[in-house]
Write a protein that binds this ligand. Structure first.
Ligand SMILES: [Ca+2]
Ligand SMILES: [Ca+2]
Length: 393
């Protein structure tokens, strides 16, 4: 398992099927209650299918793109890493892949372009190499580039002789939502001492069970939430709530909030009286984890109460400290730990609309379209009604 959390005891851990979520606990007298996290288990990773023909078993490159042609890369059945075929760049194919021979001067390269899904995932590929030269003159490179070919990350730059295949992995979380290329390149100097590289089994690994993304996550955020009603939150701040809000936010949810606001159902199981009205209807899932869906059908999501029950750990929003708005609308103020902003929201505001007292505007918090019941996280995407921009924070 990778990304294992620090050792601790008296903690809570929940296995969601793809991630271990851990919070609380102590170790060596240190209180780790703020040291929560989500941990991916390597053994649950599956091929997302986003990289097409990653094993080159079609016997050709498509949809890989051949970029530099000194020499043109080939799909070869000579010394394949896995299956019948691997890709090969450099050398002097088909006569001579390695050793010495007729060596062009220049680059031999190919790439595949894809959009990194929410969560990023892990790029994995296998390669083997051969050379009669040194890195000052010839090289075997792998890159992450943007869609214009500008290098974002050099995965390796080397000149090695490694016939035994090597597995290389790349964390793609820095590129979530970006359209990038995975590019392989061999450079030769034309002296006659050849250099080459085989590539095979290229995959973007994601937690097993993740629906394979069909669109870029950014594309789903382009639509502006349409609004038609006017809502003025009239919070009555308590003494503990320092910023005196005078919100006159105009925002416009599609549904008429009053229509959806029905008397709060009184669930037979759940909430302890210490949880404010906002959380009415929450369902205890065990191990201290709750799931809340509002009467209008909108999920609030998954969260747990910390030792101080005014702190919740929301699986997507992060840490939130709540104040009951006591406004008769089950409204709530959140102190958002990640942004240090104060929010107001309620089941009829309705969440995921938030009034941000620092930005003085209504925000719309974007759901994660790939994970029902979840909202965007790492980064969190919001629509800012004051600027008309989508922001992360
Ligand atoms: Ca293969
Ligand atoms: Ca050379």
């Amino acid at each position: 398992m990778t990304d294992a959390p620090n050792a601790r005891w008296i903690h809570t851990a929940v296995w969601t099927g793809s991630e271990m979520i851990i919070w609380g606990g102590t170790f060596g007298g240190t209180d780790l209650f703020r040291d929560a996290g989500r941990y991916c288990a390597q053994f649950t990773q599956c091929d997302s299918g986003l990289i097409v023909n990653g094993g080159f078993e079609t016997g050709s490159f498509s949809p890989w793109v051949i970029d530099d042609t000194n020499n043109p890369p080939v799909v070869t059945n000579i010394n394949p890493i896995d299956g019948n075929y691997s890709a090969f760049a450099g050398g002097d194919p088909p006569a001579n892949l390695c050793d010495t021979g007729s060596e062009p001067g220049g680059d031999s390269s190919f790439y595949q372009q894809f959009t990194v899904p929410a969560g990023g995932g892990t790029l994995s590929f296998w390669y083997s190499t051969c050379t009669k030269d040194v890195v000052e003159f010839d090289w075997q490179d792998a890159y992450i580039t943007d869609s214009s070919g500008t290098i974002l990350q050099t995965i390796f730059h080397q000149c090695t002789n490694s016939p035994g295949p090597i597995n290389q992995v790349v964390d793609m979380t820095p590129y979530v939502g970006q359209t990038v290329r995975l590019k392989f390149l061999v450079h030769q100097d034309g002296f006659g001492d050849l250099t080459g590289m085989w590539v095979d089994d290229v995959e973007l690994l994601v937690p097993c069970g993740t629906p394979s993304p069909t669109a870029t996550p950014t594309a789903t955020f382009t639509s502006t939430p349409t609004a038609t009603a006017t809502h003025t939150p009239s919070p009555t701040p308590t003494a503990t709530f320092t910023p005196t809000p005078t919100p006159t936010a105009t925002h416009t949810p599609t549904a008429t909030p009053t229509a959806t606001r029905t008397p709060t159902p009184t669930p037979s199981a759940t909430p302890t009286p210490t949880h404010p009205a906002f959380f009415s209807g929450e369902v205890a899932l065990g191990n201290g984890v709750y799931y809340l869906q509002f009467p209008n059908g909108t999920p609030f999501g998954y969260y747990s109460y910390l030792t101080d029950p005014r702190w919740i750990y929301h699986f997507d929003m992060g840490y939130e400290y709540w104040f009951d708005a006591n406004d008769g609308h089950s409204g709530i103020y959140f102190y958002d730990n990640a942004s240090t902003h104060f929010f107001y929201t309620s089941p009829s505001f309705p969440f995921p609309y938030l009034y941000d007292f620092t930005l003085n505007t209504v925000l719309y918090y974007f759901p994660d379209t790939n994970r029902p019941g979840h909202y965007t996280t790492n980064p969190r995407y919001f629509y800012n009604f004051a600027t008309g921009q989508i922001i992360t924070m």
